[in-house]
Design a protein around this ligand. Structure first.
Ligand code: AMP
Length: 309
C-alpha cells in the first residue's frame, strides 16, 4: 500500500462563528489532513507534538482511521498548541485571536522508520524549520512533496519558509497568502512569482470561490460546491490538502492531468468539513457520502459546447 507522511499541528482550537462559539476542541492542520486522507486506500502517519493535556481519545480517533500516530510526541511537562479564531459574517475571512505555540516551540520531529520512504509527503502548516527537519530525515525521494503554510509563518519565519520552498513540488496556499508571499495582487502573477521560489505547481485556494492549479503553462480551476449553509470553515484548507495528497498517494500518478482530479477530491472533502464545527463532520463522514457528492461535482462542472473549427 502506498504511503503518505503528514506533518502539521495537532491542536486545541477555540472557534467563534456567527452561529456560535466552541470550547477547546480538537483541531490542527495534521488532524484535518489525516481525517481527510483516511478516505483513500493508503497508509498514513502523522508527525507532530502534543502536551500532557491532550486526551487519549483524540489519538484513538486518529488510530481508528488507520493513521499511524507513533510520530506524535507527547510531552509530559507541556501544553498542546492552541489556536483561537473569530470568523466575520461572510465566513470568508477570520481574525486569529490567539496562537500559543506551547510544545511546538521546541519540537524536534522524528519520522517513523516505516515512513522514511513515503510516496507522498504533506508538509502541513507549522514552522518551516520543522518542515525542513522532516525532509532531512527521508531516505528516498518521494514522488511528490506538498507544502501548506499561512501568513503567521510568513510574518515570523519568511527566510526559513523560502528555504523549504526550494525543496518542494506543490504549494497549497490561500489567495491572500499568495498575494503576501509574492507581493503581487493578480493571482496569475502571484503564481508566476511563487514558481520562481521553487514549487513547480501552485494551488491557490479561494474558499467558497474554489481553487486554482497553476503549472508551467497550464491552469486548472475547480469551483467549490455551492452549499446552502457553511457553519465553520476551520480546517477546510487542510481537509482540501488531505484529499489532494490522499488521492495522489493512492494513484501514484502525479501528472498535471491527475492533479486536476486530486483538486476535485480535495474540494469535495472540504465541502463536508465546513458543515459543522471543528472536526465533527469529518469524524462522521462515510465513503458513500463522499462518492455521492463527487457525482454532484461532476454535474456542476460538466458542459458540452461543440467548438467549431
Ligand atoms: P485552516 O482553516 O485550513 O487554515 O486550518 C485551521 C487549523 O490550523 C486549526 O485547526 C489550527 O489549529 C491550525 N493553525 C492555526 N494557526 C496555525 C499556525 N500558525 N501553524 C499551524 N497550524 C495552525
Amino acid at each position: 500500500m502506498n504511503k503518505l507522511l503528514i506533518v502539521g499541528t495537532v491542536a486545541f482550537d477555540e472557534i467563534e462563528t456567527p452561529f456560535g462559539k466552541t470550547d477547546k476542541i480538537l483541531g490542527g492542520a495534521a488532524t484535518y489532513i489525516g481525517l481527510s486522507a483516511s478516505h483513500f486506500n493508503i497508509k498514513s502517519a502523522i508527525v507532530s507534538v502534543v502536551g500532557n493535556d491532550f486526551p487519549q481519545e483524540h489519538l484513538d480517533l486518529l488510530n481508528s482511521r488507520n493513521i499511524d500516530t507513533t510520530g506524535i510526541e507527547v510531552v509530559k511537562e507541556g501544553k498542546t498548541f492552541f489556536w483561537s479564531g473569530r470568523y466575520h459574517n461572510d465566513l470568508n475571512s477570520r481574525d486569529t485571536l490567539d496562537t500559543q505555540l506551547n510544545v511546538l516551540a521546541d519540537f524536534n520531529p522524528i519520522v517513523p522508520e516505516d515512513f522514511k520512504e513515503s510516496d507522498v509527503v504533506m508538509l502541513g502548516n507549522l514552522h518551516p524549520n520543522i518542515q525542513i527537519k522532516v525532509l532531512d530525515q527521508l531516505t528516498a525521494k518521494p514522488k511528490l512533496i506538498v507544502l501548506d503554510t499561512m501568513n503567521f509563518w510568513m510574518n515570523c519565519a519568511l527566510d526559513e519558509l523560502k528555504e523549504v520552498l526550494k525543496r518542494i513540488d506543490v504549494i497549497t496556499i490561500n489567495d491572500e497568502e499568495a498575494r503576501q508571499l509574492s507581493g503581487e495582487y493578480s493571482l496569475v502573477k502571484a503564481a508566476e512569482v511563487i514558481h520562481t521560489m521553487g514549487p513547480k505547481y501552485v494551488v491557490i485556494k479561494k474558499g467558497e470561490h474554489g481553487a486554482l492549479l497553476f503549472a508551467d503553462k497550464d491552469v486548472f480551476f475547480a469551483p467549490a460546491l455551492p452549499l446552502k449553509e457553511v457553519f465553520d470553515p476551520t480546517g477546510a484548507g487542510d481537509t482540501f490538502a488531505g484529499g489532494f495528497t490522499g488521492y495522489l498517494t493512492q494513484s501514484s500518478n502525479v501528472s498535471f492531468r491527475n492533479m486536476k482530479n486530486a483538486i476535485i477530491y480535495g474540494s469535495n472533502l472540504a465541502s463536508f468539513c465546513v458543515e459543522e464545527f471543528g472536526t465533527s463532520r469529518m469524524e462522521k463522514l462515510n465513503d458513500k457520502e463522499v462518492v455521492g457528492r463527487l457525482q454532484q461535482f461532476k454535474m456542476l462542472t460538466q458542459f458540452d459546447i461543440e467548438l467549431k473549427q
